[in-house]
Design a protein around this ligand. Structure first.
Ligand SMILES: [Zn+2]
Ligand SMILES: [Zn+2]
Length: 274
């Protein structure tokens, strides 16, 4: 456990990049062997758009990283936040509670709020316009959304009182779990259902990408699936009923062209059909 703390306290940027690229490469290969849907799409063309948004996400997080470091140092030094107020715990329990809190506030809540507040939805919408969900879709986030998510992460660090090693551990896990649940892979149905009791499974997150409400507004989870079950935002939809995309932006000229995707948040708001 102490090795984990040491490693994540000073994890080099190159290792973080390796986790991201390595994850995409592995899931990309599995997708080719066990695809969930046999898409007829230009996989590289599609990946190009999503990798562009992955790069902008990396840049936003890199530029703002000092704020995260300041927040985590503040929490530890001033003994601020839930983890700091708890009595001394075994390290594994400390880490588990921290990961759960970071997931609840920095990911689940951030995601739910972006679906509920109109101007935030217009940024998050870019993630939902993807009509071919695969492992590259995981970080298809408009730079505006990356900033919103970053703000929620800072908030989560302060409320949870997380030290920086825990934040880096959470972020590294989040990259891989998100690539996993977006990957166009087909797990045996029973296995998918079983893991969905603990973590967000591929089938669980795919429902969130169905083009129509109420499914779009469900299954907000990132790593842990308990939040959706606890807050009653969990839904199930059979795989053959799922249509990817968002009903307001189904035209390929709008959802598959980079210049338009960048501009969507600044275009007139369109209300989804119920
Ligand atoms: Zn969403
Ligand atoms: Zn998604």
């Amino acid at each position: 456990m102490n090795e984990i703390i040491d490693y994540f306290s000073t994890i080099p940027s190159s290792h973080r990049a390796l986790i991201l690229v390595g994850g995409i490469a592995i899931f990309w290969m599995i997708e080719n062997v066990f695809p969930l849907f046999k898409f007829e799409y230009k996989k590289w063309n599609h990946a190009g758009i999503n990798i562009f948004f992955t790069l902008t996400t990396i840049i936003v997080n890199f530029v703002l990283a000092f704020l995260l470091l300041l927040s985590a140092d503040f929490a530890v030094e001033k003994k601020f936040g839930i983890l700091q107020w708890l009595p001394e715990l075994p390290l594994w329990l400390f880490a588990l509670i921290g990961l759960l809190l970071l997931d609840l506030i920095g990911a689940y809540l951030a995601h739910l709020v972006q679906h509920k507040i109109k101007w935030m939805w217009r940024f998050h919408l870019i993630h939902h316009t993807d009509t071919w969900i695969d492992t590259t879709s995981a970080n298809r986030h408009h730079p505006g959304e990356s900033i919103i998510r970053f703000a929620f992460t800072v908030f989560a660090v302060l409320i949870s009182g997380s030290p920086m090693w825990l934040v880096f551990l959470y972020q590294s896990m989040s990259v891989v779990f998100s690539q996993f649940n977006h990957a166009n892979i087909s797990l045996p149905e029973k296995l998918d259902t079983f893991i969905s009791y603990f973590i967000v499974s591929p089938n669980m997150h795919k429902v969130h990408h169905h083009y129509r409400l109420p499914y779009t507004n469900s299954n907000y989870g990132n790593i842990f699936s308990i939040w959706d079950r606890l807050f009653r935002t969990f839904t199930i939809l059979k795989k053959d009923k799922i249509i990817y995309g968002v009903d307001t932006h189904m035209k390929p000229s709008e959802n598959n062209k980079l210049p338009n995707l960048i501009q969507i948040p600044f275009q007139k708001h369109r209300s989804p059909k119920n």
